[in-house]
Write a protein that binds this ligand. Structure first.
Ligand code: NDP
Length: 451
């Protein structure tokens, strides 16, 4: 049967665009539907604008450091509107790049919502479009738990469009997004209260890393309310947000001038896709796929956050490329989910690859692993006499000497751990680390000199 397209991709984010371009490079006729702006969460309301705002938030510390090197402290004022306008201009530039990349790859872009009419037919903005293969790459969206008044809380999607800088922000949640925005807003001068239901931020990360970041965030002035639950959020007539909290059975109230930011997790964005018109199956609210990203319907595939595996942009891109190589490039490629590095752009930054100490103990027992830790003040902070520490940690398998996990909190952690991740991916041992000559003077050399 003749179809309009060999591949039709629903969703123009990281996973969708990488799949579409790769399939088109193999000669497939490809269409893509994106009802919002090209680039998806990462480019428009995630990694990219967040990192730009993070850069902005780190200048006050740099100004302070500079005085230790002979500069006089600059008189500086921060202009929120300037930042938000500049960030959105940059996003516009990136959207344009995506548009021209797809154009050059001869991928036809439909600026519409798409939903299934049957396994090979989609309704794309009211137009019927058929395709041999269809890829679902629609990503995720913020979870809004059933907390009374949660509609008064903005999400990280909205923060990039706030016209005024909040004086006091209450951030709900202690995961990636909550912690990153707590640090960004704090660095920009907003008073930040972060509410977490556990005892520590960043559940799932290595415990030393969690403690190190949390202590520094508190030292930097962020008020972290741990073991605290959110009872209710109300909004007064004057626009003040009242967050009612419960800790130890006691109620307390925090008033935020404008913003209560809910960063309480994300979920697959599967609404209104017409999945009921297909054989596609779900598992725990996500699209269920096999290792080739094939759904229960053999011509329908899914990549990225909609499958809720490891919700990171580079993972979605890898899945998209592996899918296209397999379906259109005559290869058989699957993504390996082992040793995926990740970073949290808090201040201080953290990056990690491999097992946490707790995970390593669970797999190999306490006697089965060796821990190497180094905590030091980087040279950069000595002359200004700033008490800012870097923490590095290696977890090593006792019997094989293989490095199971590498963790870091400190400046440039993401840049440094990216390289260390290659070593872990190739099965490096502690002896290999030790045999590597360090780059001196650097913080990174500590990874190859730990005793
Ligand atoms: P996370 O899953 O990382 O964290 C959610 C937080 O909300 C946790 O602290 C969780 O607590 C808390 N929480 C969840 N439900 C409730 C509730 N009902 N009441 C109170 N607290 C609650 O989600 P995020 O929204 O921070 O981020 C979503 C995903 O986005 C991440 O998992 C990551 O994959 C991706 N991301 C990656 C980034 C990066 O690579 N740098 C940056 C930003 C996002 P508890 O721990 O107790 O469950």
């Amino acid at each position: 049967m003749d179809y309009d397209f060999d591949l039709f991709v629903i969703g123009g984010g990281s996973g969708g665009i990488s799949s579409a371009r790769r399939a088109a490079q193999y000669g497939a006729k490809v269409g893509i539907a994106e009802s919002w702006t090209l680039g998806g969460t990462c480019v428009n309301r995630g990694c990219v604008p967040k990192k730009l705002m993070m850069y902005a938030s780190r200048f006050p510390e740099q100004f302070e450091v500079s005085t230790g090197y002979g500069w006089s402290a600059p008189k500086s004022e921060f202009d929120w509107k300037h930042l938000i306008t500049a960030v959105n201009q940059e996003l516009g530039r990136l959207n344009g790049i995506y548009e021209s990349m797809l154009d050059r790859a001869a991928v036809q872009v439909f600026p519409h919502h798409a939903s299934f009419l049957n396994a090979h037919t989609l309704d794309v903005g009211g137009q019927k479009v058929t395709a041999d293969k269809i890829l679902i790459a629609v990503g995720g969206k913020p979870v809004r738990p059933p907390i009374p008044g949660i509609e008064h809380a903005i999400t990280s999607d909205d923060i990039f469009h706030l016209e005024e800088q909040p004086r006091h922000a209450v951030i709900l949640g202690g995961g990636y997004i909550g912690c990153e925005f707590a640090c960004i807003l704090n660095g920009l001068g907003t008073k930040v209260t972060q509410v977490i239901r556990g005892d520590k931020i960043l559940r799932g990360f290595d415990d030393d890393i969690r403690s190190e970041i949390q202590a520094k965030m508190i030292a930097d002035g962020i008020d972290i309310l741990s073991e605290t639950n959110i009872k209710e959020i109300t909004k007064t007539d004057s626009g003040i947000i009242d967050v009612c909290l419960i800790a130890d059975g006691e109620e307390d109230h925090i008033l935020a001038d404008v913003v209560s930011l809910a960063a309480l997790g994300r979920k697959p964005n599967i609404d209104n896709l017409g999945l009921e018109n297909t054989q596609v199956e779900l598992a725990a609210g996500a699209i269920a796929v096999d290792k080739y990203n094939t759904t229960a319907a053999s011509n329908i595939f899914a990549v990225g956050d909609v499958t809720d595996k490891i919700n990171l942009t580079p993972v979605a891109i890898s899945e998209g490329r592996a899918f296209a190589d397999t379906q259109f490039g005559g290869q058989s490629r699957i993504v390996s989910y082992e040793n995926i590095p990740t970073a949290v752009f808090t201040s201080p930054e953290a990056a990690t690859v491999g097992l946490t100490e707790a995970e390593a103990i669970e797999q190999y027992g306490e006697d089965g692993i060796k821990i190497y830790r180094s905590r030091f003040r980087p040279m950069f902070y000595t002359m200004p006499d700033i008490q800012k520490k870097t923490l590095m940690k290696l977890i090593v398998h006792q019997d094989s000497d293989r490095v199971l996990g590498a963790h870091m909190v400190g400046d440039d952690a993401a840049e440094i751990v990216q390289g260390v991740a290659i070593a872990l991916k190739t099965g490096a041992t502690k002896a290999n680390f030790d045999a590597t000559v360090g780059i001196h003077p650097s913080a990174a050399e500590e990874f190859v000199t730990m005793r």
